[in-house]
Ligand binder design. Structure first.
Ligand SMILES: [Zn+2]
Length: 74
């Protein structure tokens, strides 16, 4: 299957790309959300950081994840 077949709605999307973070686990998780669902993506990113990377849930962690979000046009 081609990525175009995912049927993503054309427009602005936010990407959380764990592969760009320094990690001891070589994690390559990528999560995407439409720009208007930023909070959902942040929730997912924080949950992943806590569960898979042993971070402590905090407003600082959420802010840190928020800073890593990149915008892409689909
Ligand atoms: Zn990860």
């Amino acid at each position: 299957m081609d990525v175009a077949q995912l049927g993503l709605k054309p427009g602005q999307w936010l990407v959380a790309n764990c592969g760009k973070m320094p990690s001891e686990k070589n994690c390559r998780l990528v999560m995407m959300a439409p720009a208007d669902q930023r909070e959902d993506l942040l929730d997912a990113g924080v949950a992943h950081a806590v569960k898979s990377h042993g971070h402590q849930e905090s407003p600082e962690l959420r802010e840190g994840v928020a800073k890593t979000l990149e915008e892409v046009t689909v």
